[in-house]
Design a protein around this ligand. Structure first.
Ligand code: NAP
Length: 293
């Protein structure tokens, strides 16, 4: 069975490729540049494909022969030349249409907790639009909404490791917002299971980690695991948003008030999809051991 992964050079993509190769799948690893292709692991099971998301025929050609496509390309932080509309909505629309033309049976979209076409937050709205376009595309699909992801190479893990390395952390609003960090290995296992079973129709799952924890507690736990001292400072959220509003306007991108609203929102789910997706969640302490030196 062949699985295609778009945005294959992303942190989730690299983890997923390792799981797919380990489970003896053939993999089409889709990226949008030669530079991105060089980040892909060399393996006889992995066929790298390069295509622009403006070239639906190119993607359709790249996806031919895949039973399932997992779409991972997407952003939280905008930069000049890359917007939520192009990176989140545009890429999902292009891949859904290319998958339909290529006869792919199922599409998996990795989305985010809080995605909603009616959200006042532009990022969450764009992820909601990406979900809508995939579910309306005519091929069967599964949306997996995720919280902050922890694993080697993820932005969340890098940020924790940086704070531990520096021995101090400046926390937005004191880090009192709660999250449900998910081990990226658990996400990959869930995606592999979906691809293997190729479910009919459309479904939305919210898959989060085993514990609800504030960001401050998460850093304290990480410091414990690493055996390091960590001191905390506080940046008021209103001040961070004011600075972000000015800097993102000057630079044409970067951390914006939209991003800060996402980071500092409580991650709440009604029903964790771990059982429905047949996943045994990795305990948080085990996940932290994987990401800390
Ligand atoms: N990491 C998390 O905590 C988290 C949480 C919830 C949801 N997610 C979602 O999970 C997916 C993977 O996340 P990740 O953290 O692994 O991503 P990542 O490492 O930041 O990689 C982002 C990927 O998106 C591609 N991309 C960026 N801008 C693009 C654009 N304008 N057009 C086309 N492709 C573009 C990148 O390609 P280039 O390298 O070529 O730029 C790369 O393949 C994303 O959709 C993300 O929104 C992640």
């Amino acid at each position: 069975m062949t699985i295609a992964v778009t945005g294959a050079n992303s942190s989730v993509g690299l983890n997923l490729l390792a799981h797919l190769v380990g489970d003896d799948f053939g993999v089409i690893a889709g990226v949008r540049s030669e530079r991105a292709a060089t980040a892909l692991p060399a393996s006889p099971s992995i066929a790298p494909r390069i295509a622009s998301y403006e070239d639906i025929d190119g993607w359709s050609e790249a996806l031919r022969g895949a039973s399932c496509v997992v779409h991972l390309a997407g952003i939280l932080i905008e930069w000049p030349g890359t917007s939520y509309e192009s990176a989140n909505e545009g890429t999902a629309a292009a891949v859904a249409e290319a998958a339909r033309r290529a006869g792919v049976q199922h599409m998996v979209l990795v989305s985010v907790i809080g995605a909603d076409v009616a959200s006042p937050n532009r990022y969450l709205r764009s992820k909601g639009e990406a979900e809508r376009v995939v579910m309306d595309s005519g091929i069967s699909s599964t949306v997996v909404r995720t919280p902050i992801l922890l694993g080697p190479g993820t932005a969340g893990a890098a940020s924790i490791a940086r704070s531990i390395g520096q021995g101090k952390a400046k926390l937005l609003g004191g880090g009192r917002y709660s999250m449900r960090p998910l081990d990226v290995d658990d996400l990959s296992r869930a995606i592999v299971g979906i691809c293997r079973s190729l479910p009919q129709g459309t479904a939305v799952h919210e898959l989060v980690g085993p514990e609800s924890i504030t960001y401050r507690e998460l850093l304290a736990r990480a410091a414990d695991v690493a055996g390091k001292e960590l001191s905390f400072g506080v940046t008021p959220i209103w001040l961070a948003k004011l600075g972000a509003a000015v800097m993102s306007r000057v630079k044409g991108g970067g951390i914006s008030p939209t991003v800060i609203d996402v980071i500092t929102a409580d991650e709440v789910v009604e029903k964790n999809a771990d059982e429905a997706l047949g996943i045994r969640l990795t305990p948080l302490s085990e996940t932290l051991q994987k990401i800390l030196p």
